[in-house]
Design a binder for this molecule. Structure first.
Ligand SMILES: NC(=O)CC(=O)C(=O)O
Length: 325
């Protein structure tokens, strides 16, 4: 049913898009995307049926690429990840992947398979499978695990269960070069910058922000990543009514290359279908040629001792002694 790419957890790119200079457009540069925001239940089979139905809805509305939410087949809780995990390298142990593969090939769509708990070599990962025409093109394992502890509010520690992925994922398709991150990965601008430097047209972030982080940060992060890197950002979240104590923010969104909202929704179940036109990316990069203005020689990330050992002099601003930082 499906074929494994040679190295599914690594970058799957070719050199047909240049790294720097004017953005090259892919074969198809104007198309629709579908973001399937739906409610995740305790019943895995029900979640699979739900995903199948909504991918069909998106495809029938003309979507060429469909994004699913973070943890779409399993409630977002450390109590469930191990129990719901599947081994995506073993087709006899991956009903969720088999379903995505079959639906993608039936509707001829590219699927950014949100995320699901993955079991591999005795470890668990929070993993997005990326497929086109029913074939697995890449796997992205969440690189930055969501560990937070806000006193009197929310505490969540993905690292209690998951091992972090250690590779970025950027994939060439007929609808462009697409980078993938999972939820908390969006907080790390360096990952998005890397995708931009590798010629990405769009970054997809399946995510499940919550009621504490969502209002202030969800849209802000997406718009910032898009505007900084002058590319499209698409997100897809579970809907608010999902099972469990973790209440998701929802608001699946498509953001354009100047940071503008192209399409978004509230927190209920829905399929957002929106038009993508990469000529807007080209235009934005012509209008504001950030790439030509970057001063890479200045942006070096190193601490003081490393800089000193490399004999790099840094100009520190002297502050008055009573300055409170
Ligand atoms: N699931 C997540 O990684 C959640 C997250 O990043 C948040 O801020 O909420």
């Amino acid at each position: 049913m499906y074929m494994m790419a040679t190295s599914p957890n690594s970058m799957v790119v070719n050199t047909s898009f240049s790294r720097l200079g004017p953005l090259k457009l892919p074969t198809i540069s104007k198309f629709k995307i579908g973001l399937c925001q739906f409610s995740v239940t305790l019943d895995k089979n029900q979640n699979l049926i739900h995903a199948r139905k909504l991918i069909k809805v998106a495809a029938e509305q003309g979507a060429r690429i469909v994004v699913l939410p973070e943890m779409w087949n399993c409630p977002y809780s450390n109590d469930f990840f191990a129990k719901y995990a599947e081994d995506y390298d073993n087709k006899d142990d991956s009903p969720s992947f088999s379903l995505l593969s079959e639906v993608a090939s039936c509707h001829g769509v590219t699927i950014v398979g949100g995320s699901m708990p993955e079991r591999s070599n005795g470890q668990l990962y929070n993993t997005c499978v990326f497929g086109a025409d029913g074939k697995l093109k890449a796997k992205h394992r969440k690189i930055h695990l969501f560990d937070i502890d806000i006193q009197g509010d929310i505490s969540f520690k993905e690292s209690e269960t998951f091992t972090a992925g250690d590779k970025p994922t950027i994939v060439d398709t007929d609808i462009g070069r697409i980078g993938v991150g999972i939820c908390h990965d969006i907080r790390f601008p360096e990952l998005a910058m890397l995708y931009r430097a590798q010629g990405a047209h769009m970054i997809c972030y399946p995510g499940a922000f919550n009621m504490s982080t969502g209002e202030l940060l969800w849209e802000l992060m997406q718009r910032t990543r898009a505007a900084d890197n002058q590319l499209l950002v698409a997100t897809c979240s579970p809907s608010r009514g999902s099972t469990g104590s973790y209440t998701t923010w929802g608001h699946s969104t498509l953001v354009g290359p100047s940071g503008e909202l192209i399409a978004t929704t509230a927190c209920e179940e829905t399929v957002v279908v929106a038009e993508i036109d990469y000529s807007a990316v080209q235009l934005q990069r012509q209008n504001i040629p950030l790439e030509k203005q970057w001063r890479r020689e200045i942006y070096k990330f190193m601490d003081i001792s490393e800089a000193e050992s490399l004999k790099i002099s840094t100009c520190f601003v002297s502050l008055p002694s009573d300055t409170v930082l």
